[in-house]
Design a protein around this ligand. Structure first.
Ligand code: ADP
Ligand code: ZN
Length: 746
């Protein structure tokens, strides 16, 4: 029997594992369709819900009616709804919450307290759009009366421009309202009010550039991509190109091809603030029709960009992870640049991975998906070996520039920050007028302070981590919760007054480097120096202009920057990231070192790198120093196979946290017990590890435990988790979150 058309399915943005049905009053029949939001009664509240589909049942009794349809425009398409449903199912997340995360905050309703309890009221049409007056010349009119002379000048400008905004006219002529009124009355020009979009490019340059002549490997890669674009079938690629091999040029020309065949392009990059160069190279090539989504936008600006995309005014979208939800239609190509970056994973709320979702959306759209990196994920290398990703290699740098020469220096027993080799290389580079980068993955002055009386280190009272000593701020600081105490101060354990500094951060590095080269212009780039808006760009452009000699920094300086004048890279304490209690520690270290090393020698002068480590034998460090990526991947895959980690197993991580240590412990045990019971009932081969204290046991006052599930079978794991979700009871005193394919295990 066919379904009656007056029942609809609605998703509510609450942590509820189901959708709801409502009746549509006859007056709203045509309006209440998927893509719009509706105000609905829910308990004794009114909430905003998302209209999904017509219900395929008539068996439901006692349904309530929807109150109002909230949108005139459609906010999502049927195709996008399929994508959201996939996400809700895969990440075990309520569909309403998925939709809420996917749509821009600018459209969401504001909640306010009504007289009858909680009531949510829509801001009609979202944040109101800005309108601006535009003037156009009117040529066909017979002019009987001549305007005055300022008006005549204005008219000339309008005629020359063809169309011009009132704001631009004001810039030239000051107030000109009376003249414009007169001209309009005389029929010599016409006014139109139009919606304007805030300009996301106001901080970027508008240099134009032309496609380059590709080198052989670039040409092969491009041909493979354009071939699949022409077929319009899903085609996933891994573009594996060493640092400086010209991946961006391949992206640009592939996008150009997609546009030519009437398709659009979606480009995901790890963090826009860190990569202004990439964004401006897109702008220089394509000039218009680009939308940019990044964390620096206000809700209103983001909503502007979102609407431009929804209305088909932008055919290229560039953004960080959340751009995977961009309302772009006819997608021909999705590019994930620096696909190995952990920042594609959202770590709170809907814990999705935009790199993985690029493949899902690409499959649904029949698009080419390009995962690009100089240091791909171990799992991507494995997928390419199994031919689930088509491998495109750029094994050489452009114009046959050599990879930098790397010297590995053992630092055992060394007290100074700089080895004699790094000191002399820095001096020589500076004297030759070249630029250098020094990398240390630790900000602050000393790593921590130790009491010489009792031997205790200063730790954060809210988090179980040591405090970092920042000399300029005269504070010991927690890098997780921002707790700060005056430093050096006294020892909180024994009252001792002699605290000694252990380990070094970027601040100490800067201090020592100034002693070594007092006249050098030194910049420091870490989260202490880049909190201001546009500060990244300023630091990066000083390197590009050549008004700085040495850039010191944390992992921020490793991100794809192209500084042609940098000939020396120094790495201090290369093993800093190896000590992380995470099975990816070796992979991350290899990627980070290879990326930093890759900043050297990208211009005409060959590059030199000095890597300092206490233990120079670790395979991640050796492989990075020897440019032996395939050796690294081979060894790492071996380790993953033996230990049962991805790509040989699928993971899900439970995080249980709360303010009371006992309650957290109890619920962690209950959770593990339920999982064990379900697993044995189902006879699934799933490992349940834990509960165990999380590596950071206390964070912002909350106690944290974790349970890790491992299985070679993704479906089994998914079924177990769905059952767990149905059977678990929610308590308000502990937070239990499930992270599918976790990336951060801290
Ligand atoms: P990657 O992202 O692979 O590290 P880039 O895309 O930044 O490398 O390219 C490195 C440099 O080489 C850039 O300055 C780029 O403009 C230049 N380049 C890219 N392709 C070519 C080419 N075919 N011929 C000459 N220069 C190129
Ligand atoms: Zn803290």
């Amino acid at each position: 029997m066919t379904a009656p058309s007056n029942i609809i399915e609605i998703a509510i943005p609450l942590y509820l594992d189901k959708t709801f049905h409502y009746l549509v009053p006859d007056t709203m029949r045509e309006l209440a369709i998927t893509g719009r939001r509706a105000l609905v009664p829910f308990g004794n509240r009114k909430l905003t819900g998302y209209i999904l589909d017509k219900a395929n049942t008539s068996e439901i009794l006692n349904l309530k009616e929807i109150i109002e349809v909230l949108d005139s425009e459609l906010l999502w398409t049927a195709g996008e709804l399929l994508f959201y449903r996939w996400i809700a199912s895969y990440y075990l997340h309520p569909l309403g919450e998925v939709l809420r995360s996917a749509l821009p905050a600018g459209i969401n309703v504001k909640s306010r307290k009504g007289s009858s309890g909680d009531e949510e009221t829509p801001l009609a049409g979202g944040k109101s759009a800005r309108h601006e007056k535009f003037y156009f010349p009117e040529s066909s009119q017979n002019i009987t009366r001549q305007p005055g002379s300022k008006a005549l000048e204005i008219l000339t400008v309008i005629k020359d421009a063809g169309e011009i905004s009132a704001a631009d006219l004001r810039k030239r002529f000051g107030t000109c309202t009376p003249q414009l009124k007169r001209l309009t009355e005389l029929g010599m020009c016409r006014m139109e009010e139009r919606e304007v979009y805030r300009d996301p490019f106001k901080n970027f340059s508008t240099k134009r550039d032309e496609p380059r002549i590709l080198h052989t490997h670039q040409k092969w890669a491009l041909e493979a991509i354009t071939g699949s674009l022409d077929e319009q079938n899903f085609a996933p690629f891994l573009l594996y190109g060493v640092t400086g091999s010209g991946k961006t040029e391949v992206y640009l020309q592939a996008i150009s091809h997609a546009l030519n065949i009437g398709k659009s392009a979606l480009i995901l990059i790890p963090e826009i603030a860190l990569t202004p160069q990439l964004t401006s190279s897109f702008q220089a090539r394509f000039a218009s029709g680009i939308a940019i989504l990044h964390s620096g936008l206000s809700d209103g600006e983001r909503y502007d960009e979102w609407r431009r995309i929804r209305r088909g005014l932008a055919r290229i979208v560039i953004g960080a992870r959340s751009a995977i939800f961009a309302p772009l239609e006819k997608i021909g190509i999705i590019i994930v640049d620096e696909e190995h970056e952990a920042s594609f994973k959202q770590s709170e709320g809907l814990r999705y991975n935009a790199r993985d979702l690029a493949l899902v959306r690409g499959r649904m759209e029949g698009a080419a998906v390009i995962l690009g990196s100089a240091t791909p994920l171990v799992t991507s290398i494995h997928a390419a070996a199994e031919r689930r990703l088509k491998l495109l290699e750029l094994p050489e740098r452009v114009e046959n520039r050599p990879m930098p020469h790397v010297e590995l220096v053992g630092m055992k027993g060394q007290k100074e920050i700089f080895s004699s080799s790094l000191s002399s290389n820095l001096t020589e580079t500076y004297e030759n007028g070249h630029q250098a980068i020094v990398f240390l993955n630790r900000r602050g002055f000393a790593t921590f302070l130790v009491c010489t009386d009792c031997g205790k280190t200063l730790t954060c009272p809210n988090c179980s981590v040591t405090l970092t000593y920042h000399r300029q701020r005269r504070q010991s600081l927690c890098h997780y919760c921002d707790y700060a105490v005056p430093a050096p101060g006294i020892c909180p354990s024994c009252g001792g007054v002699t605290l000694s500094e252990l380990g070094a951060g970027t601040e100490k590095l800067e201090h020592d480097l100034k002693e070594l080269l007092p006249t050098a212009r030194i910049l420091r780039m870490d989260s202490d120096t880049t909190s201001g808006k546009g500060s990244h760009e300023r630091l990066l452009s000083r390197m590009n202009e050549g008004t700085a000699d040495i850039l010191i920094g944390t992992q921020m300086i490793a991100k794809g920057h192209d500084f042609p004048k940098v000939t020396l890279v120094g790495v201090v304490n290369a093993e800093a990231s190896l000590g992380m209690p995470d099975f990816r520690a070796a992979e991350r270290t290899f990627q980070l070192l290879s990326q930093v090393i890759g900043r050297a020698g990208r211009g005409e002068t060959a590059g030199n790198v000095v890597v300092q480590a206490y233990d120079t034998t670790h395979y991640a460090i050796r492989a990075a120093a020897e440019h032996d990526a395939s050796g690294f991947y081979k060894q790492e895959l071996e380790f993953r196979r033996e230990a049962g980690y991805p790509p040989y197993a699928y993971l899900a991580a439970f995080a249980i946290s709360g303010l009371s240590e006992q309650t957290v412990e109890k619920h962690a045990d209950l959770t593990a017990r339920l999982l064990m019971q379900l697993k044995s009932e189902l006879k699934f081969r799933i490992e349940v590890l834990g509960p165990a204290p999380s590596p950071i046991y206390r964070l912002r006052n909350r106690f944290r435990r974790q349970i890790l599930l491992k299985s070679a079978n993704r479906n089994d794991l998914h079924r177990l988790l769905s059952l767990w979700r149905q059977q678990t009871t929610i308590v308000s005193t502990v937070r239990i979150s499930v992270d599918i394919d976790p990336v951060d295990m801290m």
